[in-house]
Design a protein around this ligand. Structure first.
Ligand SMILES: [Zn+2]
Ligand SMILES: [Zn+2]
Length: 309
């Protein structure tokens, strides 16, 4: 029997800190999307792993981070573009809302300020600082961070994760053996289901819980073209993934950002996903990344496989 995991990259403005012009609809949907997710997870009693940017634990910040090896330029939006928008860089009340809501959510980590761990220019020192600061602020809340999500899902500095006491991370989605155009065609129109992933302990002792499906990768014209015929194609893919998980082994690992909920169609999609998870919950249990990691450590290890269905 497989299981399903939902992980949430919770970042407010930080997801766009390195953008010259952050996309306004996404940025401005970050808070409302966060609250909507909380409400919907509550309504369907689905626990998730919330990978939170550490800076959001702060009540306020002057935008000066003199001891951070990323350098003051990285934090420039806090002092410039977002100087009068602390609601985009701090959010302790939002973290509280997750903690105090009904489902037993896990609070994990999405770095301290969304430094890109997969970037060649990100040094080990910078990665270490991001992790140490995240752990320090979470510690003050009595939260023991266990799971980590890499910004833009670009894996790097796993040795530092292990060193800073993390136990699990979301790895990249398995690469299909098909060529890319075929893969896209299958995902968009056809017989495919998102891959069920096989969590595995890596060489640093961390549990890799790879991604199966980003819930907002399929938008725009394609969505409008198919919607009247078969309903939301992503909800359809999730249904297929849940059916596969009910019959087989592996994890269906879904993920999104609160700021993906830019409008009613996006909210409806997520509600459709939760409705499907709820309808399958007797055969496909919902887990957090930390629960998957604990279970994986207790099992004899298997070699990770390409789970494309
Ligand atoms: Zn700051
Ligand atoms: Zn992010």
């Amino acid at each position: 029997m497989g299981s399903v995991v939902v992980s949430v990259d919770a970042e407010l403005g930080w997801g766009f800190v390195d953008y010259e012009r952050p996309p306004e609809s996404r940025v401005e949907s970050a808070r409302s999307g966060w609250q909507t997710l909380c409400r919907l997870f509550d309504a369907y009693d689905v626990p998730a792993t919330w990978a939170v940017v550490g800076h959001l634990f702060h009540e306020a910040c002057d935008g000066r981070h003199p001891d951070h090896p990323a350098g003051s330029e990285w934090f420039a939006p806090e002092r410039g573009l977002w100087a009068d928008r602390p609601d985009l860089t701090c959010g302790p009340e939002l973290i509280d809302a997750v903690r105090n809501s009904g489902p037993d959510h896990e609070i994990g980590c999405h770095t301290y300020s969304h430094v890109l761990f997969g970037d060649d220019e990100t040094t080990s020192d910078v990665a270490a600082a991001e992790l140490a600061r995240s752990r320090a602020v979470a510690d003050e809340w009595g939260i023991d961070l266990q799971s980590f999500v890499f910004p833009r899902n670009e894996v790097g500095h796993r040795d530092q994760l292990a060193e800073h006491g993390f136990g699990a991370y979301r790895g990249g989605r398995p690469v299909a053996r098909r060529t890319l155009p075929q893969k896209l065609k299958t995902v968009a129109f056809g017989s495919g289901a998102p891959p069920l992933v096989t969590p595995a302990v890596d060489e640093y002792g961390l549990v890799d819980v790879p991604a199966s499906l980003f819930l907002y990768s399929f938008e725009g014209p394609a969505l409008r073209a198919t919607k009247p015929v078969v309903g939301d194609p992503i909800v359809e893919l999730v249904e297929r993934g849940l059916d596969a998980a009910a019959e087989g082994e592996g994890v269906l690992h879904l993920w999104l950002h609160p700021n993906n909920l830019v409008g009613e169609p996006q909210v409806q999609r997520f509600e459709g996903v939760l409705r499907a998870i709820d309808a399958h919950r007797d055969e496909v249990p919902v887990e957090t990344m930390a629960e998957v990691a604990a279970r994986t450590r207790a099992e004899p290890q298997t070699v990770a496989t390409d789970g494309w269905g």
